[in-house]
Design a protein around this ligand. Structure first.
Ligand SMILES: Cc1cc2nc3c(=O)[nH]c(=O)nc-3n(C[C@H](O)[C@H](O)[C@H](O)COP(=O)(O)O)c2cc1C
Length: 183
């Protein structure tokens, strides 16, 4: 289980960062959120007090399950292997508005000797989202992960290094399906 001092430290760091960020503790039952930042609150409408202690799947409530089946399977596999993953999920804000959420998740060692936490970053996709928006988001997340990560050797992971490229491909495929050609 992550120590409170570690959680407090990561909370201070993510509050200053310009992308939506969530941190979950996979050593606790059902991998609850332990920290979320202001950008996450802006995007989803959920304040930290609404969500700390809950699994982040509540954002899928009221969505068509078939939209998210493959992405959820990919997340479960990644979590069971302690690997990173990028997926697009259909989500809803607190006000009930549907949106497409490009989620990048990665295990991150926040302190020595602790089980890695899972850091997730959310990005809202619309029909106007361009490849360079996605690449920019992926680069910001990669920088965030390396800033948070105490175990530098994880940065050698090939998938992690090619984050921007794989992200653009993933989001392009999803956008084509949902928003049609020209996006
Ligand atoms: C740090 C972190 C952030 C997550 N963020 C989201 C999110 O923004 N939206 C979402 O639908 N699921 C999110 N998830 C995924 C769900 O919590 C859950 O892992 C996923 O739905 C697969 O598990 P399930 O099939 O048991 O629901 C996140 C998971 C983690 C660990």
């Amino acid at each position: 289980m992550l120590e409170q001092a570690t959680i407090d430290g990561v909370q201070m760091t993510i509050d200053r960062l310009p992308v939506a960020l969530t941190v979950a503790d996979p050593s606790q039952p059902d991998c609850p959120l332990v920290a979320v930042n202001g950008r996450f609150q802006e995007m989803t409408g959920y304040a930290p007090a609404d969500v700390i202690g809950r699994n982040c799947r509540f954002l899928q409530d009221g969505c068509d399950g078939s939209d998210n089946e493959a992405a959820r399977e990919a997340i479960r596999t990644a979590l069971s292997r302690a690997r990173g993953v990028e997926v697009v999920l259909r989500n809803r804000t607190r006000d009930g508005e549907f949106f497409d959420n490009f989620l990048i998740m990665h295990p991150v060692a926040l302190s020595y000797g602790n089980t890695p936490a899972i850091v997730g970053s959310q990005f809202r996709i619309t029909g106007r989202t361009t490849d360079s928006d996605v690449a920019e988001q992926a680069n910001q997340v990669r920088e965030t992960l390396s800033r948070l990560n105490f175990e530098r050797n994880r940065l050698r992971d090939e998938r992690y290094r090619s984050l921007a490229r794989s992200s653009v491909e993933l989001v392009r495929t999803w956008s084509y399906r949902r928003y049609g050609q020209g996006n």
